[in-house]
Design a binder for this molecule. Structure first.
Ligand code: NI
Length: 154
């Protein structure tokens, strides 16, 4: 596994639309492993492939330590409710904004074995799903933030 460099806001790659994965090759599985390592190293709860310079529709999410979701070609198929919470991005370190997101989201995606599954997320997981799927279409949380907030002390 290898730690990858995370692109920062302002990099044009973050504004591009990522292409679907047509075949899950060993290279794609290695990318998933590297993305998970990179996300954990940066103490993030999600990472999208464009953030590491790969324009493919691949996302990893870990909002609860130890539970990693791998989403290949994810598509949000249902959402309901709303929440306003603070949100950050590994590509914009140290900064946070309040965004309005659905409270509940269902996303359909493939795992690394090519199996399609549905993931239901609420609260933080729903926010992470929306945030990471937006990355695949070149959208950043600052595009939808209601206002910036001061960083929380950890
Ligand atoms: Ni992000």
């Amino acid at each position: 596994m290898a730690k990858l460099r995370i692109l920062k806001f302002g990099d044009p790659t973050l504004r591009k639309i990522a292409r679907p994965v047509e075949e899950i090759t060993p290279r794609i599985r290695m990318l998933l492993d590297d993305m998970i390592e990179t996300m954990r190293d940066a103490e993030g709860c999600g990472l999208a492939a464009p953030q590491v310079g790969v324009l493919r529709r691949i996302v990893v999410i870990e909002v609860e330590p130890g539970t990693v979701y791998e989403l290949i070609n994810p598509k949000i198929i249902a959402f309901s409710g709303e929440q306003e919470e603070s949100e950050g991005c590994l590509s914009n370190p140290g900064r946070y904004g309040i965004t309005k997101r659905p409270m509940h989201v269902t996303v359909r995606a493939m795992n690394r074995n090519g199996e399609t599954y549905d993931l239901n997320g609420s609260g933080l997981l729903a926010r992470a799903i929306c945030h990471e799927c937006d990355h695949l279409d070149g959208k950043l949380y600052t595009d939808v933030q209601l206002r910036e907030v001061r960083p929380k002390s950890r």
